[in-house]
Design a protein around this ligand. Structure first.
Ligand SMILES: *[C@@H]1O[C@H](CO)[C@@H](O)[C@H](O)[C@H]1NC(C)=O
Length: 179
């Protein structure tokens, strides 16, 4: 790479880092957690959550799909946390439930702070971690759906809608990992 390119990319990186409100979390001792399914069925119980494209679910073992690791940060919503993915890159990522229907996707969101205020379907600021369980402060429960390809997609079910689909209720637990 030419020097001019190197200098340009360094300048870009510095700008991106300064623009991120999360930089102060990089420094020391953040708590990082992995997420595991509890309950469900034999294929689900005890499995760690991984990321497939931007979806979060149970997608087998091995290195193909990255384990979701998150660290909590403060949320605008009282009593709640945002959960950002780890390792921390130049661009902030957080996990969120997304959608408007009975079942909302559990996803990874790029630059959540940049989501427009009119986007009410992507909820990334309502996570609650208590008694070893991950919850969303919006009424409902975690469920799993078979992925058409392989594995299971985790979704948030509002718990009220009458639905025809088969879903499997699960619990999501968090465990601290070394970082
Ligand atoms: C959220 O869901 C909507 C509707 O399915 C979709 O258009 C949008 O891209 C999703 N947002 C993210 C961040 O994935």
């Amino acid at each position: 790479m030419k020097w001019t390119n190197t200098i340009l990319s360094l300048a870009f990186m510095a700008k991106a880092i300064m623009a991120s409100p999360f930089v102060h979390n990089r420094a020391n001792g953040i708590d990082v957690y992995k997420l595991t399914v509890s309950g469900g069925n034999r294929e689900l119980d005890g499995q760690v959550l991984r990321m497939k494209a931007s979806k979060i679910g149970v997608y087998g073992s091995g290195d193909k799909y990255m384990t979701v690791k998150v660290y909590p940060a403060s949320s605008e919503k009282p009593g709640c946390n945002t959960l950002h993915t780890y390792p921390i890159g130049i661009v902030d990522h957080a996990i969120a439930v997304n959608g408007t229907g009975a079942f909302r996707d559990f996803i990874d969101v790029v630059q959540p702070a940049g989501l427009s205020a009119s986007n009410t379907m992507t909820n990334w600021n309502s996570f609650q971690m208590s008694e070893n369980r991950l919850k969303v402060d919006m009424g409902g429960k975690w469920v799993a759906f078979p992925d058409p390809d392989q594995g299971w997609n985790v979704k948030w079910f509002d718990g009220k809608s009458m639905v025809a689909q088969d879903y499997i209720p699960i619990t999501i637990k968090y465990t601290k990992v070394d970082n």
